[in-house]
Design a protein around this ligand. Structure first.
Ligand code: F1P
Length: 343
C-alpha cells in the first residue's frame, strides 16, 4: 500500500543527519542557555508525542548531567504551573513541538515568558510558525517535517536533538562522534525489523499491546503506545518494566503482545518480566542492543542509541492499521495540530 506515513518512517535515518547539521550550527547559541548555575532546574514540555519526548528527555538529562530535570504536559504548565515549576529556582524551559503551533504549548511558553521565570529554548520543525520565534534560542528541523498526522520521523529527530543537548549540557564530548553513526545503525535496524513487525502486525490474535521501558525509555514506550492507538485504534499502554507485575500483568494472555524496550544494564531483570509474561501465554518482542528478538548490534553507547527503539514500534502500528483495513495516513478523529478555539 502506498503510504506517506510508511515512507516517512523508512526515511528517518536520512533526516537524522540533517538534524546534526542544524545542531552543530546552533551549538554556540545553545551553550549560552545550558544551565551553568547548579541550582538551575530544567523543565521539558510538549503535548501528546512531544510530551512523551519530554519525559524521555528529562530522564536522560537528569542521568547525564546529575541535575534536576522534569517533564510536564504543556497544558499543565499553562493551567497548573504551581504544581510543576519549583519555587525560587532559576529555570530553563525547553519546549518541543513538531508543528510549533499547538495551543497549549504556545500558552505555556507565553505565560512563562510573561512571568520572567527564566530562559526558553524551543525545538520544532516549522521555521515560520509561532514557537520558532518565542525562545531566546530556537532550534528548527525542517527536513523532518512530515505529511503524516501521527509523528514519526519528526519525533525521532527531535529525540536526537534532546540527546545532543544532554550530551552538551553534561560535557560528554565523547558521545558526540557516535551521533554521526546513528543513521547507518537506523537503516540496519529498519531492514531487520520489517519482516518481524509485518508478521506481528498482521496477527489478528492480538487485542492489547503493552510497551515496557524504564529510565529514558519509558517516554519512548509511551510514544510507541500512542502510535499504536492513533494509527491502528488498538488498546495499548506503557509501563515501567517492573511495574507490569503490579497489577497490569493480569492482562497477560495469548491475545497480548508485550514490546520490551530492554536496556543493557538491566537486561536480566527486564528480560525476566518478559519471560514471566510469556509463560502466561503472552507474545513478547524484546528490542535491545543484543540477545533480543530485534538486536540493534549498533556498537553505540547506550546514552545515545535509544532512538533505535522507535522505527520498529512505528512500523508495527502501521502494519496493524493496514491489516485492520484502516488508513494510517488519515487516522480517525485526529488532526496534525490541536488548535484550541479559546484565546
Ligand atoms: C502535538 C500533538 C501530537 C499528536 C497529534 C496532534 O503536536 O498532540 O503529539 O500526535 O499529531 O498534535 P506538536 O505540538 O508536537 O506539533
Amino acid at each position: 500500500m502506498e503510504s506517506h506515513t510508511r515512507k516517512e518512517i523508512l526515511s528517518q535515518p536520512s533526516v537524522w543527519a540533517a538534524a546534526q547539521n542544524v545542531l552543530q550550527a546552533a551549538r554556540a547559541d545553545v551553550q549560552t542557555l545550558l544551565p551553568m548555575d547548579p541550582r538551575t532546574q530544567v523543565v521539558f514540555t510538549g503535548c501528546g508525542s512531544t510530551y512523551y519526548l519530554s519525559l524521555a528527555a528529562a530522564s536522560l538529562f537528569s542521568a547525564l548531567t546529575g541535575r534536576s530535570a522534569r517533564a510536564a504536559p504543556a497544558s499543565e504548565l499553562w493551567l497548573n504551573p504551581e504544581t510543576v515549576y519549583p519555587q525560587q529556582a532559576p529555570l530553563l524551559l525547553i519546549a518541543v513541538s513538531r508543528s510549533g503551533e499547538t495551543s497549549e504549548t504556545l500558552r505555556a511558553c507565553e505565560q512563562y515568558l510573561e512571568r520572567k521565570l527564566g530562559n526558553l529554548l524551543t525545538l520544532s520543525c516549522y521555521p515560520d510558525r509561532p514557537l520558532a520565534r518565542m525562545g531566546q534560542v530556537n532550534l528548527v528541523f525542517p527536513a523532518s517535517q512530515e505529511q503524516s498526522v501521527v509523528q514519526t520521523r519528526s519525533f525521532s529527530t527531535l529525540h536526537l536533538a534532546v540527546v545532543t543537548l544532554a550530551a552538551w549540557a553534561s560535557g560528554r564530548e565523547n558521545l558526540l562522534p557516535f551521533l554521526d553513526r546513528l543513521p547507518d545503525a537506523g537503516e540496519r535496524v529498519l531492514a531487520a525489523a520489517q519482516p518481524l513487525v509485518s508478521h506481528l502486525g498482521q496477527d489478528s490474535r492480538f487485542d492489547r499491546f503493552y510497551y515496557l521501558g524504564s529510565g529514558p525509555r519509558y517516554g519512548l514506550a509511551a510514544e510507541l503506545a500512542l502510535k499504536m492507538k492513533e494509527t491502528s485504534l488498538s488498546h495499548s499502554e506503557a509501563f515501567h518494566f517492573l511495574e507490569f507485575r503490579h497489577g497490569p500483568m493480569a492482562m497477560a494472555a495469548p491475545s497480548a503482545l508485550l514490546i520490551g524496550l530492554r536496556s543493557e544494564n538491566h537486561r536480566a531483570r527486564e528480560g525476566a518480566v518478559l519471560q514471566e509474561m510469556k509463560a502466561r501465554g503472552a507474545r513478547t518482542l524484546a528490542m535491545d542492543e543484543q540477545e533480543a528478538d530485534l538486536p540493534f548490534q549498533s556498537g553505540l553507547p547506550p546514552e545515545i542509541r535509544d532512538v533505535l527503539y522507535l522505527p520498529a514500534g512505528q512500523l508495527l502500528a502501521w502494519e496493524r492499521a493496514v491489516s485492520r483495513g484502516l488508513d494510517p495516513d488519515h487516522p480517525q478523529h485526529l488532526e496534525a495540530v490541536v488548535r484550541l478555539k479559546e484565546g
